[in-house]
Write a protein that binds this ligand. Sequence first.
Ligand SMILES: NC(=O)c1ccc[n+]([C@@H]2O[C@H](COP(=O)([O-])OP(=O)(O)OC[C@H]3O[C@@H](n4cnc5c(N)ncnc54)[C@H](OP(=O)(O)O)[C@@H]3O)[C@@H](O)[C@H]2O)c1
Length: 215
Amino acid sequence: MRIGILGSGLMGGTLGAIFARAGHEVVFTYARHQAKLKRLAQEVGGSARAGTPRDAAEAADTLLLAVHWRRVDDVLSQAGDLSQKVVITCSLPMNASNSVLVIGHTSSGAEELAKKLPKAKVVCAFNTIPSEALFGVYEARRRVRRPSLVYCGDDHGAKEVTAGLIRDVGFDSVDAGPLRVARYTEPFALLVAQLAYQGRGGPELAYRFERFERN
Ligand SMILES: NC(=O)c1ccc[n+]([C@@H]2O[C@H](COP(=O)([O-])OP(=O)(O)OC[C@H]3O[C@@H](n4cnc5c(N)ncnc54)[C@H](OP(=O)(O)O)[C@@H]3O)[C@@H](O)[C@H]2O)c1
């Protein structure tokens, strides 16, 4: 696939590199310096290249949105028309200091994004894991048991595209349901990040997951 990366930082840079290694044509866009995008594309090699959000929107069928919440409107206005495109968002709706979610419980960043882009096919994925996890997971692809990653969205085709990319990265994909499920996964992502970064002395989280079989 042709994949445009809107925001080439920790998440966009790492995922873009993995997508390219998996054989996709990747355009890295949106960093403070064009030289960084060129360096990323060079390091990845193959058909990866640096471009602008507008280039990505025109050339790619699928876009990864990976910018801070405050930069979403800016990158979208630079990208232009995203009608009919699959837009996978890993952007969490965080405040400026990244300490709290500014949207939660009754909506989510993913749902608000879908309102901004009514003609695009928005899927929420990759935001439930810290970016560091991506480095090792790709290497684990050949292991029998792979970790799972959830995604949600309302468009069936866009979800299939996303599930394929999740598998390319090295996870098993778990369809969590419609886009409104993002209002539950986004707060979960924040808890996971707090656990990962604060370590001892940070919040404690106990979760019990049960598998419910249908009769
Ligand atoms: N990092 C994680 O572990 C993680 C996990 C789950 C979800 N997320 C979410 O994913 C999104 C991206 O996170 P991230 O950690 O990848 O952020 P990041 O490393 O800061 O990347 C953001 C990208 O936006 C670019 N950018 C920032 N300001 C800009 C400006 N004024 N003009 C042009 N480009 C600009 C940055 O440019 P530079 O490259 O020049 O800095 C960078 O390429 C966030 O919404 C975050 O909540 C992150």
